[in-house]
Design a binder for this molecule. Structure first.
Ligand code: NDP
Ligand code: 13P
Ligand code: ZN
Length: 348
C-alpha cells in the first residue's frame, strides 16, 4: 500500500518591492486573521518603521526585544496573552522575527514577517534559531502566513546585512551537496524539487553578482527574492536541509566558541568555501564560491570574520558532533585535513 504523505506549509502572501510596507494591512486583511496584532520588534527597526506599521492597525501593543532568547519568547507570549492579541507581527532582523515565529507557535496564533534586513533566509522559513547558553536551538515552527519585504527599507539597511543574506544563499550549493551525500550514504530522504530549487536560487544569485552593489534597491530586491525561494525550498523539504549543511554546522559551532563574532550569513559563506573543497578537492568549485562572495563584498577568510585561525580550525574539526545531520564532515575531519583544507583555500 502507498503510504507517503507530504504536508507543505508556505506563506500565503509574499510581497517584495518598493514601498510595500504600506500594503501590510491589506496583506494581513487578506488572511482573515481575527483580533489585534502585537508588534514584536527590536530597537532599530522600531525606530525606523515601527510607527509606519502601527499606523495601519489598531495594535494590541509593541514588545521590543534586545536579544533572541527563550526568555524573550516567554515575554512575547505573556504580552500577547495579557493584551489578548490575535496574531503577531515580527518586524526587524532575524532576532525579532525568530522570536515572534516561535512565540506564535507557542500561542497557536498567526504570524506575519516584516523583515527590515535581508540578512538570512529565516525571514521566510519554518525554523526559529534561538541561542541558549553556549548552544543554539534550531526549532521547527510554522512559517509566516505573510512576508512583507519592503526593498526601500532593506536597501537602506547596513550593506553588510545584505551581503550576509547573499552568503547564506550561496551556501545552498554546499548544503545541497551535503544533503545528496547523506541520501546516498545514509538513506536520508531527499527531495529533488527542494534540492533543485535551492541550487537554482544560489545559481541565479551568483549570476546576478554584478548587479548586487550597495546603494541600489535592485540589489535588495534580488536578495530578498532569493531568500524567499530558499525559505520555500526548506518548506517543501520540511527541514532546513536544502539550505543548511556542513557550512551551517561550522557556523553554529563558531557561535558557541565566539558568540557574536560575525553575522550568520558571513560565517556560513566562509565555511562553504572549505566544505566545497572537502567535497570536490583542489579542482572543485571552492574558488567560484570564494569569488562570488568576494564580488558581493562578503568575507572570504576567518580573519575577515574577526575569528582567529585556531578557533576556525576548532570549529571545523568539532562541528560534526553538534547535530544529528550527516554531511561531508562525516565522523570528524582530522586536524591535519582541516589545516590543509583551510590553508589551501586561503580561509586561514
Ligand atoms: N530562522 C532561521 O532559519 C535563522 C535564524 N537566524 C537568527 O537570526 C538572528 C540574526 O539575524 P540578524 O538579521 O543578523 O539579526 P538582528 O535582528 O540582530 O539584526 C542585526 C542588526 O541589524 C540591525 N537592523 C535590523 N534592521 C535594520 C535596518 N533596516 N537598518 C539598520 N539596522 C538594522 C539590528 O538592530 P537592533 O539591534 O536594534 O535590533 C541588529 O543590530 C540570530 O538570532 C540567528 O539565530 C539566523 C539564520 C537563520
Ligand atoms: O540558517 C538556516 C538556513 O539558511 C537554518 O538552518 P539551521 O537549521 O541549521 O538553523
Ligand atoms: Zn543560514
Amino acid at each position: 500500500m502507498f503510504e507517503k504523505t507530504t504536508w507543505i506549509k508556505l506563506p500565503r502572501n509574499v510581497l517584495v518591492g518598493h514601498g510595500v510596507l504600506d500594503d501590510l494591512a491589506a496583506a494581513v486583511e487578506d488572511l482573515y486573521l481575527s483580533g489585534r496584532p502585537l508588534v514584536v520588534t527590536s530597537p532599530t527597526p522600531n525606530d525606523l518603521v515601527g510607527d509606519r506599521v502601527r499606523a495601519q492597525f489598531d495594535v494590541a501593543g509593541t514588545t521590543a526585544i534586545e536579544t533572541a532568547s527563550f526568555d524573550a519568547v516567554e515575554r512575547v507570549v505573556a504580552a500577547a496573552e495579557d493584551a489578548e492579541a490575535g496574531y503577531l507581527i515580527g518586524l526587524g532582523g532575524g532576532k525579532p522575527i525568530d522570536t515572534a515565529k516561535m512565540a506564535s507557535d507557542r500561542l497557536g496564533c498567526g504570524f506575519v514577517s516584516v523583515p527590515t534586513a535581508a540578512s538570512h533566509d529565516g525571514i521566510v522559513s519554518g525554523r526559529s534559531s534561538i541561542p541558549e547558553g553556549d548552544t543554539r536551538h534550531s526549532v521547527a515552527a510554522d512559517p509566516p502566513l505573510a512576508v512583507v519585504a519592503d526593498t526601500e527599507t532593506l536597501a537602506e539597511a547596513p550593506w553588510e546585512l545584505t551581503t550576509a543574506g547573499c552568503a547564506d544563499i550561496i551556501s545552498n550549493y554546499t548544503a545541497v551537496k551535503d544533503w545528496q551525500l547523506a541520501h546516498r550514504l545514509k538513506n536520508v530522504e531527499y527531495s529533488e524539487y527542494a534540492g533543485a530549487l535551492s541550487q537554482m536560487t544560489a545559481e541565479m544569485l551568483v549570476e546576478s553578482a554584478e548587479a548586487i552593489k550597495p546603494g541600489f534597491e535592485e540589489s535588495a530586491w534580488l536578495v530578498a527574492k532569493a531568500l524567499v525561494s530558499s525559505g520555500v525550498a526548506m518548506s517543501i523539504a520540511g527541514s532546513s536541509r536544502p539550505a543548511s549543511g556542513a557550512e551551517h554546522l561550522i557556523s553554529h559551532q563558531l557561535d558557541r566558541l565566539v558568540p557574536g563574532a560575525a553575522l550568520h550569513g558571513h560565517q556560513v559563506g566562509v565555511a562553504a568555501v572549505v566544505t566545497e573543497y572537502l567535497h570536490s578537492g583542489e579542482r572543485g568549485e571552492w574558488a567560484d564560491i570564494r569569488d562570488a562572495l568576494e564580488a558581493m563584498g562578503a568575507p572570504t577568510t576567518a580573519s575577515e570574520l574577526g575569528i582567529d585561525d585556531d578557533t576556525f580550525l576548532e570549529a571545523l574539526t568539532t562541528a560534526h558532533s553538534i547535530r544529528d545531520r550527516y554531511t561531508i564532515l562525516g565522523d570528524g575531519v582530522s586536524e591535519d585535513a582541516a589545516l590543509e583544507a583551510a590553508t589551501f583555500t586561503g580561509v586561514i
